[in-house]
Design a binder for this molecule. Structure first.
Ligand code: NAD
Length: 468
């Protein structure tokens, strides 16, 4: 399939200066040879975005909205093909990939409904003051490998609606669906407004230190986020950092284990646990502990592990070899410091598979509990008092998401408001939609993404203050 995929630079679909192989994580075989962008091509993309900016910024909101809706239509028209490609390169079950493609289109469609009308702050005998929202210029959109399309769609439509242009850099192991997206929109979006350049994990630094980039919209690990922060600080670039998490879930004593277990399992094992907002440690009262572990254990044993393209697969492989090796160290930690309730093995087959694993009798101070495992292993921790559970849930450098599980909504809400997280879910975990903003607390990020609040982050405030 060599030559099928192209970079998008200045409205043209072009080959990379070199190539790289993209593997299917379920089989470890090559799906395609893909263009690999060079620093020269990345600079070319930034130059194209810079050139396109004044004209795009001068278009009306309605013109931009029409483009966004046409992009959504184009994505929907190729839903099945795009979802299959996404599963092939990313590993997630096909149903999840279809959901991701649908959400990608939904993010474009929803952005077209938003407004950036000027606000009148004062209109008196003394003065008239208006607050305008101006575009920033060239945006750098840096995307991780867990949701290549959806996270790209967190950024591109809002950046464009505000009048910016963008250079998107997908992750090295998941560029294909993004390049297919690029080919789809090449004739819809004016030349240079959206550019897509791949790399082999080596161009992030070039992009985030580029003098012509006005804002970096980064999603990825906290370690890389800190490097990005270093670069943007040097030139006062605007930025949003959506980083890692170690989301706690607290099951209140009134919850019925059998009823809440499926939602907890879904929140922890969706996309093989490779979700920033996945449930990554679960606190259960001692009176229900064994029952809860057993309910989750049953679900883990029943969950079909396999190739995402095969019907019936519930949990796919890890996305790449590096993550697979990393998650195996968490599995070793689970064996060493906890008791395996279900799973715990690495199947002897090609592909980056790890059995969905439930671990009990683990404590803080272990790798699996304290760090972000980003894989299909859930530690279940025992608590005695609710205050203790809340304190332990909050004792993390991260603060992305959290959840409370209870039959009593009022009580659940009281607990939710005590948790240090940008999003707290009640009786679910990880629910993303185009109108719901996402913001990491503490080490999980800086700034807001998605929705109206996310849109504002792609703008510069300009106040017009007029004497009357
Ligand atoms: P990563 O940080 O390794 O890579 C993310 C992106 O950054 C990739 O495109 C990569 O090529 C690029 N990159 C690498 N070095 C760079 C540099 N020096 N400067 C700029 N960019 C650079 O992350 P990952 O392993 O791809 O993704 C997993 C992580 O992402 C997890 O920690 C997860 O929690 C986090 N994540 C967060 C959110 C959120 O919204 N908070 C969403 C999804 C994933």
């Amino acid at each position: 399939m060599s030559g099928e995929y192209k970079l998008l630079i200045g409205g043209k679909l072009v080959d990379g200066d070199s190539t790289m192989n993209v593997l299917n994580p379920a089989t470890e075989t090559r799906i395609a040879t893909c263009p690999r962008g060079s620093a020269r091509q990345l600079n070319e993309a930034v130059a194209a975005a810079k050139k396109a900016f004044p004209k795009w910024a001068a278009t009306t909101m309605d013109e931009r909205r029409r483009v966004l809706v046409r992009v959504a239509d184009a994505v929907e028209s190729r839903r099945e093909e795009m979802a299959r490609l996404l599963t092939s390169e990313q590993g997630k079950p096909l149903g999840e990939a279809q959901g991701e493609v649908d959400l990608t289109a939904a993010f474009f469609r929803h952005a077209a409904l938003l407004n950036l009308d000027p606000k009148i702050l004062e209109d008196s005998d003394a003065r008239r003051v208006e607050l305008h929202r101006r575009p920033l210029g060239v945006i750098a959109g840096i995307i991780p490998w867990n949701f290549p399309l959806m996270i790209m769609a967190f950024k591109v439509p809002l950046a464009l609606l505000a009048g910016n242009t963008i250079v998107v850099k997908p992750a090295a192991t998941t560029p294909l669906a993004t390049l297919m997206f690029g080919a789809l929109i090449a004739t819809i979006v004016p030349a240079g407004v959206v550019n897509i350049v791949t790399d082999a994990n080596d161009l992030g630094n070039v992009l985030t230190s580029h003098p012509d980039v006005a804002k970096v919209a980064f999603t990825g690990s906290s370690a890389t986020g800190l490097k990005v922060l270093g670069n943007v600080a040097k030139s006062m670039k605007r930025f949003t950092l959506e980083l890692g998490g170690n989301d706690p879930g607290i099951v209140l004593q009134d919850a019925i284990p059998k009823d809440v277990a499926p939602g907890i399992f879904q929140g922890a094992f969706f996309n093989s646990g490779q979700v920033c907002l996945a449930l990554k440690r679960l606190y259960v009262h001692e009176s229900q502990y064994d029952e809860m572990c057993e309910e989750l254990g049953k679900l883990a044993r029943d969950a079909v592990l396999g190739d995402g393209l095969q019907q019936g697969t519930v949990v796919g492989p890890l996305q790449n070899a590096m993550q697979y090796e990393k998650v195996k160290t968490y599995l070793n930690d689970a064996h060493a410091n906890g008791k395996i309730v279900a799973g715990g093995n690495v199947p002897d087959r090609p592909g980056y598979f790890i059995q969905p694993t439930i671990v009990k009798d683990m404590e803080e101070g272990t790798k699996l509990v304290d760090e972000e495992q980003f894989g299909p292993i859930l530690p279940v921790l025992k608590y005695k008092t609710l205050d203790e559970a809340i304190a332990r849930a909050n004792a993390s450098e991260y603060g992305l998401g959290a959840s409370v599980w209870s039959s009593d909504r009022t009580r659940a809400k009281e607990v939710a408001l005590k948790l240090e997280a940008g999003t707290v879910f009640i009786n679910k975990h990880a629910d993303i939609a185009p109108h719901i903003p996402q913001a990491g607390a503490k080490g999980s990020g800086l700034g807001v993404e998605i929705g109206e609040e996310g849109l504002l982050e792609y703008t510069q405030v300009q106040v017009l203050n007029e004497a009357l």
